[in-house]
Design a protein around this ligand. Structure first.
Ligand SMILES: Cc1ncc(C[n+]2csc(CCOP(=O)(O)OP(=O)(O)O)c2C)c(N)n1
Length: 322
């Protein structure tokens, strides 16, 4: 099925990716200024995967994210000031400022949260899909996970259940080439990695994660399939993280030539060039859009920094179900 991407959608995808890039730059500054407790893992470079995937979802479709998950939260529609607030430990944040970068959750956007447990998003999304099926809704669940999850048992258990029960779940592997400081190809058997889906008779596709339109089209087919009750899809998007594993990583394990090659395939530049070439936008319009978004994100970051710190009385909240 060919999915048409109209002008409005293409601009929405562009806007989404620029917002995430600007957001992550602010987070980098916050961490460097000592404002963000714990670690932060930036999504810059991978924007096309989150934005192209989530553009296919309704507000009540579930996502489950990973430790590099700010971009997913932004794309799903969370308020960026509250996201910043959570990351720097301020009370108006999504987890009352107690969770930080890897413990953001937003029930209003059906976001089951960022997650410090590598692979944690896989059973969460599979469970949400089971719940949608049992409740007979048309909701779909997306699990975002890194290539580091390709060798984890929980992935195989979840794929088995999802296939067996035809669950409406889309497995989205963001293959950014590294698990912490190790090249994934050095530690992972079974090529292409999409075969992991095929083993369970799940349609599996490997596609370009630097091309937001390609991501959009592949996920669109998977979401239609899930909504029609035909079960899961396993997608692997090849992408790249521009930053280190977490902010502060010197990245001396990266090969300069490879870095330049991936940067030359930047998803924002790629879509921007296509929009200009197809006369859907002028270069000037795109530059002013970039500036406008960057300024809006900076205002949100500033507002978050002025917010109050967590309240000690909130300590026990959200620990037990009401
Ligand atoms: C279950 C578990 N094992 C190990 C870790 C430590 N750890 C944190 S991030 C990470 C690498 C994950 O790599 P990948 O899934 O490829 O994601 P990326 O960081 O490349 O985006 C590891 C091993 C963890 N948080 N959870």
């Amino acid at each position: 099925m060919a999915t048409k991407v109209n002008n409005e959608l293409a601009l929405e995808l562009y806007r989404g990716m620029v917002t995430i890039r600007a957001f992550e730059e602010e987070v980098r500054k916050m961490f460097s200024a000592g404002l963000a407790p714990g670690l932060v893992h930036l999504y810059s470079g991978q924007e096309a995967v989150g934005v192209g995937t989530i553009a296919n979802l309704n507000s009540d479709d579930f996502i489950a994210s990973h430790h590099r998950g700010h971009g997913h939260c932004v794309a799903k529609g969370s308020d960026i000031t509250r996201l910043f607030a959570e990351i720097i430990g301020r009370r108006p944040g999504y987890s009352l400022g107690r969770g930080g970068s890897m413990h953001i959750h937003d029930p209003e956007t059906a976001n089951l949260g960022t997650n410090g447990i590598v692979g944690g998003s896989v059973p969460l999304a599979t469970g949400a899909a089971l719940s949608a099926k049992l409740r007979r809704t048309s909701q779909v669940a997306v699990s975002f996970f890194g290539d580091g999850v390709l060798n984890q048992g929980i992935l195989f258990e979840s794929l088995n259940m999802a296939a067996l029960w035809s669950l409406p779940v889309v497995f989205v592997c963001e293959n950014n080439g590294y698990g912490e400081f190790t090249e994934i190809d050095e530690v992972t058997a079974g090529r292409p990695y999409s075969k992991r889906g095929e083993t369970f008779d799940i349609p599996a596709v490997k596609a370009d994660g630097m091309d937001v339109l390609e991501v959009y089209r592949e996920v669109s087919k998977a979401v239609v399939r899930a909504r029609e009750g035909k079960g899961p899809t396993f997608l692997i998007f090849d992408t790249y993280r521009y930053s280190g594993h977490s902010v502060g990583d010197k990245q001396d394990y990266k090969d300069d030539t490879k870095v330049k090659l991936w940067q030359s395939r930047d998803p924002i530049v790629k879509l921007g060039n296509a929009l200009v070439k197809q006369k859907k936008a002028t270069r000037k319009e795109l530059i002013s859009l970039d500036e406008e978004i960057t300024a809006t994100v900076a205002v949100a970051a500033k507002a978050a920094k002025q917010m109050p710190e967590p309240d000690a009385n909130d300590l026990g909240k959200h620990v037990y179900a009401p």
